[in-house]
Ligand binder design. Sequence first.
Ligand code: AP5
Ligand code: MG
Length: 207
Amino acid sequence: MRNVALLGPPGAGKGTIAARVAAELHLLHLSTGDVLRDEVARGTELGHLAQGFMERGELVPDHVVLAMVRERVEGREGVLLDGFPRTLAQAEGLAQFLPLHAVVYLAVSKDEVVRRLGNRRVCASCGAVYNLVTQPPKAGGRCDRCGEKLAQRPDDAADVVARRYEVYERDSRPLVEHYAQQGKLITVDGARSPDVVASDVIEALRP
Ligand code: AP5
Ligand code: MG
């Protein structure tokens, strides 16, 4: 089994694609954003620490996220990391406890991610993700799976999206080159439909 990370700007489709790839290749899908949102919702100490950073579109400090990931994946095989690592320090820290075999970079333009995030709706109850334009819920503003009301993620407000993108450019984009130099980078055009993107990623990763 192999360990893989999904890299790409906010709204590139990491969560959407990771869910499909993990199901097909039987990988453990770990989204650091999802874990942090759950900690915030449960009002834990980690949630209190993370909340302000997330609301502003800034990164949660490296040592906090590294400890959170280490606790969940150290010694495992077949992990699909979504949204981690996001800084060179996180990449170096990760290498101490989990070898990565491939890093998939979902390439999507800024205009496209801004459009996607403006139209994203999420179910706070079951975590399902929709898009008013590309993946609309069947019944108005309610979740297809559990019937709960859909909402916008607080950090999908336009000003926070702009900040998240800047932070991505500054801190996370250098990882593309970092993993290319290690010969681990697989670049996939993320601007196509989720089915096509997911099937490309699955083919690229299939043993
Ligand atoms: P996180 O939750 O990871 O946010 P992100 O990286 O900004 O990415 P998103 O989850 O917004 O987008 P996505 O790429 O998953 O796209 P999705 O599939 O939903 O992190 C949130 C915050 O947590 C960070 O800002 C930071 O504060 C903190 N954090 C998390 N990880 C951290 C770390 N490692 N270090 C420090 N801090 C960390 O799709 C988006 C929309 O597009 C949806 O509406 C979807 O339906 C639609 N869509 C998806 N794919 C397609 C497609 N192919 N075509 C058309 N529409 C599509
Ligand atoms: Mg996500």
